[in-house]
Design a protein around this ligand. Sequence first.
Ligand code: SF4
Length: 353
Amino acid sequence: METQEGKSKVKVGIPRALHFYRYYPFWKKLLEELDVEIVLSPPTNKKIVEEGVTHGFGELCIPVKIYYGQVLKLIREHPDLDYLFVPRYVAEVKEAYFCPKFISLPDVIKILPGVPKILNFEVNVKEFPIVTSVIELGKELGKTQNQSLKAYREAQNYFDDYHKFLRQGASVNHALRLVQRDIPFKLPKKKSKGDIKFLLLGHAYNIFDTFINLDFQKKLKDQGVKVITIENLPEFIFKEPVIVNPKGGGLRNYWKHEEEIMQSIRYFLTKGRDEIDGVIFLVSFACGPDSLISELIMRDMKVVGLPFLEITMDEHSGEAGLLTRVESFVEMVRRKNKKLEKDAKKRTMIKSV
Ligand code: SF4
């Protein structure tokens, strides 16, 4: 492919894993505005997982192992890549960090065999604004400061539109498909149906990688459950920090993703209590940050009586076991709702006697 000036475009590979599920629309717009040709790795499959597991040491969480597998697949199938895009996400807000796995990602990936030059993009607002990284990225790609600033504005506007679309109820997988095909954002005509509604909690790479979560959302939808995720929630929910144990001095969450999960939960434990029937938290095996907050969430759920299910995923997760757990949870929630309805009817009858 050629640029407007007739030069051949720089080819950059992007692994479909980890922050792909969160930032891809921004990266795509930014890189394309900088005249880059993007090569995306395919959706996760068994071989990719197996290869990632072989290269990642045992105690590593499955999303990072998948990242390894996606990188290896990409560089084997595209030996002509000029760069591999491996951004370093340190801090996106001043008050919280990303998990250390994101902070060290470019350093661990560059030692894999056959990896081309890493295209750097560091997000660390504790040290410098994002625009500084955009200008550096542009410089590496031979662009002027003005060209990079224009690309940044375009990417930010597109990313804002993407988030508005998700807040209208679009699923991340649907929205990402439109992004990949350069199709304008449009909600599907078919509305999701169901008599109960769950909040599906977790990191985007756990919730939207349909291979590793065994197409979890489809399992819920097949059983008549409507699903919402953090990405569909209104912005105001994420404005105020969550203070853990406020009476005992108060602690703020240190991790960015976990803070968002806690903010969503706080909303549904209070004002939004009647908007959902239950919560499912998909957790990766060996995830330190998730294991810290899941205890807190479970405790709060018990207090308000909101049904809660935690599912831990790894490379050995089995279809049958997962389906049984989901079916029994859905059944339990339906029975609970029926009982609540019956009790409410009884109370109305007693009042009217
Ligand atoms: S937050 Fe957990 S699942 Fe995500 S990269 Fe870190 S350890 Fe892995």
